[in-house]
Design a protein around this ligand. Structure first.
Ligand SMILES: NC(=O)c1ccc[n+]([C@@H]2O[C@H](COP(=O)([O-])OP(=O)(O)OC[C@H]3O[C@@H](n4cnc5c(N)ncnc54)[C@H](OP(=O)(O)O)[C@@H]3O)[C@@H](O)[C@H]2O)c1
Length: 305
């Protein structure tokens, strides 16, 4: 399974949403999709940062067709407003890239009372997807791609259903790991639900390996130093390369629902994109269903296919 962006089919006439498209992997993903002729909605929380990204993408890909729409995944009312605005402007959605994320912030809660990493990385994207999926045509090139991480294997490696919001004991590292595990389990449960409903739409997940982006913005100087010494530069790759598993999940015609993509090189942190390995727990269908049911309750939003 080799994937090269140059060989991926052109996507003229199709509409994609990329969350967190103003920087890092989201920016590279939006650029790649725009180069393939897709109309790309930059779903960002800052108008100014989104406009800077739009200008940069237009200068790298002069034919890019872009639209900025504001979205704060840490606020369900913003997610709902975004989907309402999107439905007023567009009749169809072909690709949703659930990319935005935060890592290792000090403890805080989203507007709706969720621990911020679970709230932004997972619950915000859950709600966004469930509210938008009815706009996707029933074809295999309609796709939801959700970003997980190799970190889903870290920490306890399980969903802590007793304390989803880390109110008893907060570990920023475990909370990030759990949010990315939840993203992976969500992608696979969504795929099972789509298959069960007889739909052709695909739900796929991807992780970028390791790449230096603004994701480390909450790291202390000491943590940054430790990571630089232990991981970089042997186990990091460029943001362009790190965005390829997402682009493969989005564009490769041979991809199947429920697959998980990531780099194939050393420790799955760098290299060419292909199928990624995942923890045993992340494949636990009972836990995935439990997480889904709780998510529908907590977001007050049910999937209808
Ligand atoms: N970089 C890596 O090595 C790595 C490894 C594994 C997985 N990942 C995953 O890859 C994805 C992208 O990460 P990245 O490395 O590109 O990080 P990044 O450079 O920090 O970009 C994150 C993006 O998410 C946006 N965002 C954060 N909070 C948001 C909110 N409440 N509402 C809407 N957007 C929000 C940011 O917007 P602002 O700029 O406005 O803050 C930014 O556009 C994440 O899901 C991350 O977990 C990254």
């Amino acid at each position: 399974m080799n994937f090269h962006l140059d060989n991926a089919p052109m996507q003229h006439g199709k509409v994609a949403i990329v969350t967190g498209a103003n920087t890092g992997l989201g920016y590279e993903t939006a650029l790649g999709l725009a180069q393939k002729g897709m109309k790309v909605i930059l779903a960002c929380r800052s108008q100014a940062r989104a406009e800077d990204a739009k200008t940069a993408i237009e200068s790298a890909a002069p034919a890019a067709d872009l639209d900025i729409m504001l979205l704060d995944l840490g606020d369900f009312s913003s997610v709902r407003r975004f989907t309402e605005n999107f439905k007023e402007k567009y009749t169809e959605l072909n690709l949703l890239i659930n990319n935005a994320g935060i890592m290792w912030p000090p403890y805080s809660k989203t507007v709706d009372g969720f621990e911020s990493q679970m709230g932004v990385n997972y619950f915000g994207h859950f709600l966004l997807t469930v509210l938008l999926i009815d706009l996707m045509p029933d074809r295999t090139d309609s796709r939801v791609v959700t970003l997980s991480s190799g970190a889903h294997k870290l920490g306890k490696g399980k969903i802590n259903f007793e304390d989803l919001n880390w109110e008893k004991r907060y570990s920023k590292i475990d909370a990030y790991a759990q949010s990315k595990l939840a993203c992976l389990m969500f992608a696979e449960e969504l795929n099972r639900k789509l298959r069960h409903a007889g739909k052709k739409i695909l739900s796929i997940s991807a992780h970028p390996g390791v790449s230096e982006t603004e994701l480390g913005r909450y790291l202390s100087k000491f943590e940054e130093l430790i990571i630089r010494v232990t991981i970089s530069p042997f186990l990091t790759h460029s943001v362009e390369q790190a965005a390829l598993p997402t682009l493969m999940a989005a564009l490769d015609p041979d991809v199947k629902g429920g697959e998980y993509f990531g780099p194939q090189g050393l420790l799955e942190m760098i290299g060419q994109p292909g199928r990624a390995t995942q923890s045993k727990y992340s494949q636990n269908q009972q836990a995935a269903k439990q997480l889904w049911d709780i998510s529908e309750k907590l977001t007050v939003c049910e999937l209808s296919l």
